[in-house]
Design a protein around this ligand. Structure first.
Ligand code: NAI
Length: 315
């Protein structure tokens, strides 16, 4: 990496952790940020902070670590006019490059390092001498050295230490697997919890018992950790036999052909850009549907009961 300057654009969830890891691995890191509390945080952590155009002008390798939905405009207005000839641009998700919302000039090397870990985790494992898994890709490689830059950056981020790895992927694959989770089991979990609440309270269960059972006790987080450490079905061993039998016999009842058809349809809508266009329209229309759905979610009686319980629990 020599004396190359790394410009971290955005000092949020990923930006802060990645900037700190790269600096601690001996790289020359600066931060580009709008004038807000994130910029103050970066200054407090000892980084030189510039406005985004200035940071881009100074940088040889640019990490674009601001929210996906604003990247397109920031790129067009502040990055594209200032990016050095032959610079490297690193995305942390496939979204904007895969859909062509951002089309870097042909002299720019385009990479993806998409951690499969939340921002603070990327820093936490680094300070504990551990690695973290990521999906990585080379998008555009005008100088035929993209892969080597990619591997060096992954190494300096601390990815290859124990517990970490880089899975060679593509911008398309990252977009598909990321969005398909959000469009299937993550959303299904939220709304199946609501349906469970409706049924169980209708049959006389107290709201507190239901909310504790579903997620508030922290058991769900423990199950997720066991899945991570032991595997999806192997972790069943940590449950009682009654529980295992219940899960294995009743779980499949919900996964109908209709469910799989919907899942496949959503995958197609991700790959052909239907969802991205819908989300773009939503942004252009001032997030009307997004805000309304949030309001509707709050209208459910479970919200009031959750607040009551969380007050008792001191959360
Ligand atoms: P974030 O939401 O933490 O970003 C905050 C940063 O964006 C701050 O520096 C803030 O100043 C800047 N920002 C916000 N609005 C702005 C605006 N209008 N103009 C200019 N700057 C603005 O972002 P996060 O979550 O770190 O995501 C960054 C990238 O990392 C995304 O591509 C995301 O998909 C990817 N990613 C995020 C993960 C996570 O754990 N959050 C996990 C893996 C990838």
């Amino acid at each position: 990496m020599g004396n190359k300057i790394i410009g971290i654009i955005g000092y949020g969830n990923q930006g802060k952790s990645q900037a700190l890891n790269l600096r601690d691995s001996g790289l020359n890191v600066i931060v580009g940020n709008v004038n807000d509390n994130y910029a103050k945080d970066a200054e407090k952590d000892g980084f030189k902070v510039y406005d985004i155009p200035e940071a881009v002008k100074k940088s040889d390798i640019i990490f674009l670590l601001i929210p996906d939905e604003i990247q397109k405009n920031i790129y067009k207005n502040h990055i594209e006019p200032n990016i050095k000839i032959g610079a490297t641009l690193v995305f942390a998700s496939g979204y904007n490059y895969f859909y062509g919302f951002i089309r870097p000039r042909s002299d720019i090397t385009v990479l993806m390092i998409a951690p499969r870990m939340i921002g603070w985790g990327v820093r936490d494992v680094y300070v504990n001498d551990q690695g973290f898994p990521s999906l990585v890709a080379v998008g555009q490689d005008p100088n035929n050295n993209g892969y080597s830059i990619l591997m060096t950056l992954c190494d300096r981020l601390g990815m290859f230490r124990k517990g970490g790895c880089a899975v060679l992927s593509s911008f398309k694959e990252e977009t598909l697997v990321d969005l398909l989770s959000e469009h299937s089991w993550v959303g299904v979990m939220l709304y199946s919890f609501r349906a469970y609440y409706d049924v169980a309270t209708e049959l006389g269960a107290s709201p507190a018992s239901v909310i504790l059972e579903l997620y508030a006790s922290g058991e769900l987080a423990e199950i997720a950790k066991s899945m991570r450490d032991m595997g999806l079905f192997n972790q069943l061993k940590t449950h009682s036999r009654t529980s295992q039998y219940g899960q294995l016999t009743r779980g499949p009842l919900y996964i109908t052909d209709e469910f799989k058809k919907t899942l496949k349809n959503e995958a197609i809508n991700i790959l052909n850009g239907t969802f991205a266009r819908e989300w773009n329209d939503e942004e252009n229309n001032g997030y009307i549907v997004y805000n309304r759905l949030h309001e509707m979610a709050k209208e459910h009686p479970m919200e009031t009961e959750e607040r009551k319980l969380y007050k008792i629990l001191g959360r």
